[in-house]
Design a protein around this ligand. Sequence first.
Ligand SMILES: *Cc1c(COP(=O)(O)O)cnc(C)c1O
Length: 362
Amino acid sequence: MATKEAMLHDWGSWDGAFNALTASICRDLGEIVGAGNSHVCVPLQGSGTFAVEAALGTLVPADGKVLVPSNGAYCQRIVRILGYLGRAVTVIEFAEDQPADPARIDAALAADPEITHVAQVHCETGTGILNSLPEIAAVVAARGRRLIVDAMSSFGVIPIDVQAMPIDALVAASGKGLEGVPGMGFVIVRLDALEAATNNSHSLALDLHDQWHYMRKTGQWRFTPPTHVVAALRAALDQYLDEGGQPERLARYAENCATLIAGLRALGLRTFLDDGVQAPVIVTFHAPADAAYDFPEFYRRVRDKGFILYPGKLTSIETFRVGCIGAVGPEVMHGAVTAIGSALKEMGVRVSASALPHNHAK
Ligand SMILES: *Cc1c(COP(=O)(O)O)cnc(C)c1O
């Protein structure tokens, strides 16, 4: 509520008061991941993908080469971005229900000295799997390479410490776990890496170095900032900090996730991931095997009860996803379970028939 109310006030986008707001947000975002004096926060207009593209385009030089450990849709998006940018890429494929294996990343780096950077998705939101950032960061640093992390759906939720984990750039956005409204991304970037990235970017609007340089000089955003999104993020961060920050956010989402999984398993549905690799962010469920099941109709019925599902992002098997982040608690997740159960019942979908053993019991 306070987040939405913050958007009722208008700000002068070049005004001192707005500059102070931006500076306070950047300071707090940096503190969440231990930025200290080594890293700076550079905000950027646009959705999260804009910030991912900006980080890759700014930090990877034209003659650089990027290793992408891939276990899902957002990893593949990074590969696509690198294709547009004309940067050399090597992909290591993992099954979508398997976390990226640090040992295979290590072997790939050992085998190819031309690789300069690793681009790793932390929580792969395409399935909800958590990749093991501390181990991967250690492997990349030990091989003397640079690490760029898409932490879009994990930032502020899963512990990240850029002092303990060698990370050049950590990319996230205003929506998702910080519970702001969508519209701006930001990159927590190692100062020396940013300073070395002058004139790397293919794009004016996505040049993080130029954005940072201008902001440091003037306190202002280079181009018109999303003022209301920034104001909403300030209010969202105030609530985040009041509630106890990352540990409390993680605890609430973990409870949401457990409530959701227990509820849907009781209906006979199965999760795609083993519990041990599931991040409390979004959960992928196998679609019921019954012929009466149809995702568009299921979606409409659940939406009409007040809950928006995500379609599955897997190509080979039919799934659907349910988010467990946002300004909601377990009582809302109970409501979602009830809505899903009622929708399936109305459609005449029999789920108990498809109730194979859960993944974790395999
Ligand atoms: C949400 C998300 C993004 C950004 O997607 P947008 O559609 O640009 O908001 C990038 N990576 C991950 C892992 C995400 O969850």
